[in-house]
Design a protein around this ligand. Sequence first.
Ligand code: IVH
Length: 666
Amino acid sequence: MKPSDISKEIKRLVGLIRYYNECYFQKGISEISDYGYDQLLERLTQLEEAHPHLKWPNSPTEVVGERPSKGFEVVYHQTPMLSLTKTYSEIEVVQFVERAKKMFPNATIDFICEPKIDGVALSILYEKGRLVRVVTRGDGEKGDDVTRHVAQCLPLPQNIQNPPCDAFEVRGEAFMSKAVFKALNSARKVKGEPLWANPRNITAGTLKALDVEGVKARQLAFYGYGFYGPSYTCPTQQVALALLSALGFSVPPTYKVCHNSVEIMAYIRYCAQYKKDLPVEVDGVVIKVNKLDQQDRMGRTAKSPRWAIAYKYQPERAHSTLQRVTFQLGRTGIVTPVAHFSPVLLAGTTVRRASLYNADELARRDLYLGDTIFIEKGGEIIPKVVGVDRARRYTDGQPVRFICSCPACGTLLHRAAGCVAYYCPNKQGCLPQLKGGLLHFSHRKAMNIDALGPKTVDALLEAKLVQTVADLYTLRYDALNGLAGFQALSTQRLLANIQGSKTRPFDRVLFALGIQHVGETVARKLALHFRSMERLQGATEAELLQLPDIGEKIVQSILDYLKDPYQQTILNGLQAAGVQFILPEPVDTLLPFSSKNFVISGTFQKFTRAECTKLIEAAGGRVLPAISSKVDYFVAGTKVGPSKLTKAMACGIPILEEDELIKMMA
Ligand code: IVH
């Protein structure tokens, strides 16, 4: 790049970052994803490092963030509220650990990992145990006094008995829990008000609202992560968290002292899995040097401490432009609208499509082609459209409407009373439904007919050799062998697979039938209770309703299925073929860990290794000596073997802690 181009690029980046800072900190609106913002900042930092003479005075890379808002008293912090160095790279975390270790070659150094809470940083000042002031981070030097706002919507300890010292400061993160956010947004939806994009925006907006009274319904919460008492210092961050807890503050719901990069990585992965169950949005893990004297010796840069780093997860929400909406037909005939949009990076993958759920949701979203939509990838794998930015709507876009007839066979769609979904009633003639039903039947977790993949199913349907799952058992070698794509060997394999599927236990047969709302767990419960198809067919509504966790919707679906003459013919065909319609096996094949392999390592608090093995075996699992692709779970205690742990992580094997194992067994 020419020097003049570099200078132009720096100017562009400074302008953009300042604009987004202003939107976020002054108006509580986030017009760019976190990831996009971090990328801009990262690029500017790199250019400034390579060309220091082109760096702007007061560059956004030097300034922590927010400028004071109008209408708030400005308060200077006793010590600056810094930002954290952020990274999306695991290697940079390892480098951080190595750097820290090098600084203390003759001492032990450990780290404390905490979830990075996606909220708004606050400083809370206490004098003689009484809360006197709450201040936002502001530009790091000075922030806004939001004491009056906090009094309305954020319960904090007001009077602390036996404070550890006369004056002290607690720092931490204010946030809105996912549950409150959801409830508030539902209420806004009912009133037709625009929805909030995420809990952090609403938290920032609440603390900066002009009308203090108006924020009463906004129930915010707070996790403390820093204690600063000039005359009382904690030896470690771990002790500081314990002290905060003892003083009556909530602290992050999980944190862990780690001794090396491997343990830190394991915690980062653990949090990635566990964060969906936390009450608060977590966007990463903060790794801090645990001992405070070591923190002091490591010091800080202009903007952030050298003793901490924030590892951020890839973004899970992004925005894009709606290009078209198609209608997808599921194996049970249900029609789902699907949004197609310009590709965006979301949680590590590029996504182009997301579910719009059903006709009601589509109508509620009131979408137009060309709209800017928000896409989210939560715990679930399928991304979803979570909102639309009406302010950016093209006036000449076309409205998106639900369809009336099946996109595959043209049959008029139906909607069952009380249901949101439209479905195509043409079960016997609608090709995608037939194909979906056959593929579900052959699925690994159902009848596990390995050789029956999408191409084979297409060929069988096209040749009209198969229409229903029962027809699979009538297939003959001669009829198949002549078909395109069917060689002698593959035909034999398919037929052998189909024969082999006759030994699948009754619970898997029930799941394989593809009865709506009957997943693996429900199928297992039904099989265990009724133990034969005959008894299930004779079951009354009342009897089915008595089963735990089986509600009206599931019961109705089972009853509809069983009384449908078309399905009865299929069931008869399966029974005649010799598919398992009873459950003769001993109960232990249905234990929680049936056919699951474990490796255990380290020491445990609640049991010895031998006891742990016995517990796993009693629950139907097997304990193997070494990590291999056969292993389903790695159970890690304290002092876990690092090589096993690294190997388990490399193989992508889920790592369970003691408590998680116990929970799963229950
Ligand atoms: S420690 C020197 N711990 O992340 C900064 N920060 O980009 C010390 N944050 O302003 C902060 N969770 O608002 C720390 N467990 C945690 C955190 C956390 C969220 C926020 C905080 C800070 C920002 C830094």
